[in-house]
Design a protein around this ligand. Structure first.
Ligand SMILES: [Zn+2]
Length: 118
């Protein structure tokens, strides 16, 4: 048996193992997923959630990328066309945020902090 909580309302559920990965409607009205093991996440992502997350993380990535490009440029003045670097790194940040979500954002953030500390 798999014991878990509804990701949305925290209601406790116990489901048979063979229902792992299946979706059901919780009493709170949200669609939840039976996790593969006890205490796993029952969060489901709809296409809208996915799009929103891409947008949020993509936007965050773009912002961080922009910050990173400015940080790079503040140290290196050898680029003839700094605008290209800003656009390129901002787009890079957007791509990383969109493709890798939170992990990507954390990764870029880490690079940024490394740069500031080093
Ligand atoms: Zn619920």
């Amino acid at each position: 048996m798999i014991s878990f909580r509804c990701w949305f309302c925290n209601r406790v559920y116990t489901k048979p193992d063979e229902q792992a990965g299946t979706r059901f409607e919780c009493g709170c009205g949200r669609r939840a997923k039976v996790p593969k093991r006890s205490s796993g996440s029952s969060k489901t992502r709809s296409l809208t959630d996915w799009l929103l997350e891409s947008l949020i993380y993509g936007g965050a990535g773009a912002l961080i990328g922009f910050g990173l490009s400015v940080a790079i440029l503040s140290r290196l003045f050898i680029f003839r066309r700094p605008a290209d670097i800003i656009v390129a790194v901002t787009l890079f940040g957007f791509a990383v945020g969109t493709l890798f979500g939170e992990r990507g954002i954390n990764w870029i953030g880490q690079k940024l902090r490394d740069r500031e500390n080093g």
